[in-house]
Design a protein around this ligand. Sequence first.
Ligand code: FEO
Length: 392
Amino acid sequence: MHKRQIDSKIYWLGALDWDRRLFDSLIPLPDGTTYNAYLIEGSERIALLDTVDPSMTDQLLTQLEGVSKIDFLISHHAEQDHSGTIPRVLEQFPDAKVVASPKAKGMLIDLLRIPENQFRTVADGETISLGDKTLKFIHTPWVHWPETMVTYLEENRILFSCDFYGSHIATSDLFVCDEGRVYEAAKRYFAEIMMPFRGMIEKNIEKLQDYDIRMIAPSHGQIYDRPAWIMDAYRDWVSGAPHNIAVLPFVSMHGSTRIMVDHLESSLIKHGVRVELFNLAVTDIGKLAMALVDAATIVVCTPTVLAGPHPLAAYATILANALRPKAKFLSIIGSYGWGGKTVETLAGMISNLKVEVLEPVLCKGVPSDADLEALDRLAATIGQKHKEEGLA
Ligand code: FEO
């Protein structure tokens, strides 16, 4: 892919990774991804903003052929999908200074063994002039590592946001042209990457609110030339109230837990609660993460296996605990054959969640009428709690 102009003297460089289906050996990428770098040609100096994943190095180096010099190589984030090609770029442009936050400098030395004398660290709010263009560096820690920063190009009013506001979609579109599709991908990205740091991200959004941002150029996905909607979406995901939704991640071995799930689903709907089911044996874990962005209630539904929860239910619970969604209520339902410690085990896995735990419903074997009535009571309680929170 050739470099492409996004504004006067500003170019997209990078790679479309159509084939990648997993990130960090954890995160599903149903639509692949992109690694975006940007070249800014000032009247006196030239800056390259970020690089690409090492697997795509050759594409970036080809795009840099004919570039006369790089004075500054801006590294917003030390994670290797953006920084991993810095050493190869420095081989081609040995006089370039790597511009990074002080914390990023240490991480880039640890991860990539970049020589210390190659760096220029920048303080929060510091600027570098390229002649007729001015780069302002804004520290935005924990989006989603501790060292992250963004760059505001003052004259063009472009925010280069790296992972912030990013989305994993490989497409030939340079700019967002299908907002619905990008909304879904950006929400998935937020859920999987950013949600655990909601508090810090809220502070960073506040920090950016006084900037006049005409365009957001992230390091994954397409460029926002009408950025207001994605900024509004982030505000909602980060600090909006949870929605009147119960998420039911479930697994069933012989059908008993599934009967309970179906009964609870129906009962919740009768009580005016929206429901989302995720069969953990087959679900896209990214879809579950997305649902957790808005859910007010999580009900983990599992049979008992070897005296504890099914490993898939344990995995979903560990994931939810790690992602720290804004859910306010949690319960556990499921079946067992002769005993076990399913509730105790799962309860020990949710220390990060600020939830009120609602009375679990466990049944022996196939659910009895009394068990189904207990599920109706749980549904009624969830409906009532949502009403009291003003969600329904
Ligand atoms: Fe796209 Fe956190 O790297």
